[in-house]
Structures are given as C-alpha cells and as structure tokens.
Design a protein around this ligand. Structure first.
Ligand SMILES: Cc1cc2nc3c(=O)[nH]c(=O)nc-3n(C[C@H](O)[C@H](O)[C@H](O)COP(=O)(O)OP(=O)(O)OC[C@H]3O[C@@H](n4cnc5c(N)ncnc54)[C@H](O)[C@@H]3O)c2cc1C
Length: 229
C-alpha cells in the first residue's frame, strides 16, 4: 500500500494461527506502507504462482478483522511466490559433495534461525579449512537513515533541486539522493537498481520506478563509477 497507510499499525497483528502457519497478518513496513497477507496453499507445480479473486478477497476480508478501515484504492501491488517446503520435515544443511554445502528448504522460521544456520555451516567448513579470524571485521551496521515525511510543498522544492543529498529522487516514496548514497556505500556492497530499491524503497511506490529508475541508475554510475544493471 502507499506510503503513510501503515501509520495506523504499530505492531504485527495476527489472527489465530492455523496448522498451515501464522495466517493473515496486518503490519506496516519500516517506511510506513501497510502490508496484508500472506495465505499459503500447497501446489504441485513449482512454477505455479497463479492467483485468483477468491483468495485475494479472503485475504482482504481476514485482514479487515484486524484493521477494518484500510483503503483498497491505495493498494500498490499484490505478490505471490513459491516457498521452499522440504519433505524431510527440517532444514537441509549438509555437505552433499566434497566442498559443496547444501543449505536448502529453509522455510519459516528461516530468518530467525539464520544465526544458528550460519554456525552449522561454519562447523562444516571448519572440518575442511583451517579458518583464521579476521580481527578487522566489523559485525555492526550503521543505523539506516530515518524515513522522510515531507509535505507536498517540501517534496516539490526538493524535486527541483540540483543534484545534492537533499534532492528527492523517488517522488512516490520520497526517497532522497542522500538515502540512495547511504544505501550504495554501506559495508555490504550493492550495485543494482533493484538492490537500491530493497534498501530505500525507491521504485516501490505508485509509479513503480518509472520516474526514479533512471535517476537511481545515474547515481549508481556517479557513486560506484560503473553502469547500473
Ligand atoms: C510470507 C512469508 C513470511 C515469512 N515469515 C517469517 C518470519 O516471520 N520469521 C522467519 O524467521 N521466517 C519467515 N519466513 C521465512 C524466511 O523468509 C525464509 O526462511 C528465508 O528467507 C530463507 O532464506 P534463504 O536465504 O534460504 O532464501 P531466500 O531468502 O529465498 O533467498 C534466496 C535468494 O536467492 C535468489 N535466487 C533465486 N534463484 C536464483 C538464481 N537462479 N540466481 C541467483 N539468485 C537466485 C532469490 O532472489 C533470493 O534473493 C517467511 C517467509 C514467507 C514467504
């Protein structure tokens, strides 16, 4: 949903869980976009990401039990995807062939389990390689710049600025050049328009990147010194 729609939600709102999972939730992104869903259905074909009206209605109706008043006209995108579902009943983490470690079927709660998954993989690697600790490694990431809440006049002023950190690059999500620069210069390197989108939301708004896409490409070129992909 559009920016600002998530302001009414201050935590993740769940309905009662079912056997299939935690069910339809209502929440806000860090940047104030309302999010609803997901449902989950078993499919035979691993390419099958089809959707249907009945399921969408079910998601909307269930979400309305948690947050009755959301405005569907402010909806930006609906998504469907395939989730991993191992038939082993557990994550698959093992050295399948010498030097090839499979980390597969990482279904929910794979995100929460990721530090433990990393340790398991580390222990496998240690059996083959004598690892030395990098004393200069910094495990901390600097805080992300706060999202902006400019009014329409301020957005207009910032769009018209010459290139500088204050200038708005993405009109819909009100992302500034400074935020894109920050996203491009963090310790985990990124180089693509899509990666900038994931870090800043530039391109995730109403126009879906038609306005900001070329501007983000230009910044990638200017800051990273190569063509955007
Ligand atoms: C709706 C939903 C809600 C969830 N909620 C939770 C939760 O609350 N808590 C929790 O702990 N977990 C949750 N999970 C599960 C969690 O998201 C996964 O367990 C986790 O993301 C798995 O991590 P991964 O790195 O194995 O795979 P992914 O995160 O899926 O990463 C795989 C990456 O590989 C890329 N890729 C795929 N194919 C190729 C290719 N051919 N070439 C190059 N790149 C490729 C994909 O684009 C993707 O970026 C949820 C999952 C879903 C779908």
């Amino acid at each position: 949903f559009e920016k600002g729609t998530g302001d009414a939600v201050h935590s993740v709102l769940f309905q009662v869980p079912t056997k299939k999972g935690k069910g339809i939730l209502v929440t806000s992104t860090y940047h104030g976009n309302l999010m609803l869903g997901p449902n989950s259905e078993e499919v035979e074909n691993r390419e099958d990401t089809s959707t249907d009206e009945m399921t969408l209605e079910y998601i909307i109706d269930t979400a309305r039990k948690s947050l009755p008043g959301f405005d569907l006209k402010k909806r930006l995108k609906t998504y469907s995807g395939i989730r991993s579902k191992p038939d082993t009943g557990d994550f698959i983490i093992k050295e399948e062939y010498k030097g090839f470690i499979n980390v597969a079927g990482i279904e929910s709660p794979g995100l929460t389990a990721s530090p433990a998954i990393a340790e398991t993989v580390l222990n496998i690697v240690k059996r083959r390689i004598d690892l030395k600790q990098n004393k200069d490694f910094n495990p901390l990431r600097k805080a992300i710049i706060k999202p902006n809440s400019f009014d329409a006049a301020e957005v207009k002023r910032r769009i018209d600025l010459a290139p500088c950190d204050e200038r708005i690059v993405c009109r819909c999500e009100k992302v500034t050049e400074g935020e894109v620069r920050d996203a491009l210069t963090r310790n985990i390197d990124i180089r693509t328009r899509k990666a900038v989108k994931f870090r800043t939301r530039a391109g995730m708004g109403l126009c879906q990147g038609k306005f900001c896409g070329p501007r983000v490409d230009e910044l990638i070129q200017r800051i990273k010194h190569f063509e955007a992909i």
